[in-house]
Design a binder for this molecule. Structure first.
Ligand SMILES: Cc1cc2nc3c(=O)[nH]c(=O)nc-3n(C[C@H](O)[C@H](O)[C@H](O)COP(=O)(O)OP(=O)(O)OC[C@H]3O[C@@H](n4cnc5c(N)ncnc54)[C@H](O)[C@@H]3O)c2cc1C
Length: 369
């Protein structure tokens, strides 16, 4: 049975998506957020709705459902959203082989196609032409600006679904049916913890047991590009694709991973993703190993991130305006872990949590019914 009342801790995208899914099912929801607005990984992400890496099946369907929910919300709330698609250019035979195997395995199940070099440059004139063999085009990806979307979504939830927000309310203790915040305790039938990277403070043992983990990503915002410049789509490097579920089982993924290991400098950072938001800003994002890279500011220009960026594109202006690194919490399996009856810890699986949030929240809410 859907709970009559729920407390959601955290106003990042997972918390907001849960609030929406529960409130749409008739639950009275109060969201507690420790800051005056959401400040976690959701806000610091560049805003790619990225589906390409999910294998056919449950996660891909959740990501599609989530993208539809994002689009509906953005249209209803007049928030910028672009159906950008994603282009993955290939610069060697083994990279091209991976893209060919992916297209052959996907059949009719995905909106994707292989492009030759001329077609690739037609899609995106800024793709680096030197050594270009072709590209994979995926039509399912989209871009939004989390700074705008995460500001508007709480207003929309309060207005449309009567969700109540307690900003600047850190939850310091949880014991069902109560949470403690601001020197008071608050009760609800169900408690959902979507505290992101702050979850270790409340449940350190789940991280020690490996049921939740923290992953780190780096984002670089480039200087404003010349007048009216549009990239036209997301760009993704091939190197990082081999590790994603949709690609990992393909024979070429293994060969590519071996080459990357043998010559890591040439392949650059895994998972390089480039996009342009509604304000015209270009953002590049990639996964980092647990140890943070020391490079910041202009010294980033000499790092593998920028080597990879220049191998992939010919941008008019590659000067850095801002860069940051952030961790985000990921579940190893289930989206919702129940440390005690009535309490659920909710986190997205490793990867694009912004892209999955609405879908996974629907699943968590439906499981409560
Ligand atoms: C740099 C970076 C780039 C990324 N890029 C993308 C991308 O392009 N596309 C994509 O799909 N995914 C991306 N991701 C992943 C995605 O951002 C995360 O999976 C997702 O944002 C996680 O959302 P969340 O709500 O769980 O956590 P968060 O967004 O971190 O939200 C948690 C919130 O809980 C609040 N909180 C914590 N503890 C408490 C407490 N005790 N009391 C009250 N409030 C509390 C925090 O203040 C915070 O606002 C990226 C991640 C990172 C780090």
């Amino acid at each position: 049975m859907i709970p009559s009342t729920a407390i959601v801790v955290g106003a990042g995208i997972v918390g907001l998506a849960l609030a929406k899914a529960l409130a749409e099912r008739g639950c009275r929801v109060v969201v507690f957020e420790r800051h005056e607005r959401a400040v976690g990984a959701s806000l610091r992400s560049p805003g790619a709705l990225w589906l390409l890496g999910e294998a056919n099946g449950r996660l891909l369907e959740l990501a599609r459902r989530s993208r539809r929910a994002w689009q509906e919300f953005c249209e209803a709330a007049d928030v910028w959203y672009e159906s950008s698609g994603c282009l993955v250019p290939a610069y060697s035979d083994d990279e091209m082989a991976l893209l060919q195997e992916f297209c052959a395995a996907s059949g009719q199940q995905r909106d994707c196609q292989l492009l030759n070099p001329a077609q690739t440059r037609e899609r995106c004139a800024q793709v680096q032409p030197r050594g270009l063999r072709g590209a994979l085009w995926s039509g399912e990806e989209a871009v939004l600006d989390p700074r705008v979307a995460l500001r508007q979504l709480p207003l929309w939830l309060a207005d449309r679904l009567d969700v109540e927000f307690r900003w600047k309310h850190a939850v310091t203790r949880v014991a069902h049916p109560y949470v403690w915040s601001g020197g008071r305790r608050h009760a609800a039938d169900a408690i959902y913890l979507a505290g992101g990277a702050d979850l270790p403070a409340l449940y350190p043992q789940l991280f020690a047991e490996g049921r939740l983990s923290l992953l780190r990503r780096q984002v670089v915002r480039l200087a404003a590009q010349p007048d009216g410049f549009r990239l036209g789509c997301q760009l993704h490097g091939v190197a990082g694709l081999a590790a994603w579920p949709a690609f990992a089982a393909l024979p070429a993924a293994q060969r590519l991973a071996e080459r990357a290991q043998a010559d890591s400098a040439e392949c650059g950072p895994d998972d390089l993703l480039l996009l342009q938001n509604g304000s015209g800003e270009i953002l590049a994002s990639h996964a980092l190993s647990a140890a943070p890279a020391a490079a910041t500011g202009d010294s980033l220009q000499a790092t593998p991130l920028f080597d990879a960026l220049r191998r992939l594109t010919l941008l008019p202006d590659c000067r850095i305006a801002q860069s940051w690194q952030t961790v985000h919490a990921c579940s190893a399996g289930d989206f919702a872990i129940q440390p005690e009856a009535g309490v659920s810890i909710v986190a997205a699986p490793a990867g694009p949590g912004l892209s999955l949030a609405f879908g996974l929240a629907e699943e968590v809410a439906a499981a409560s019914a």
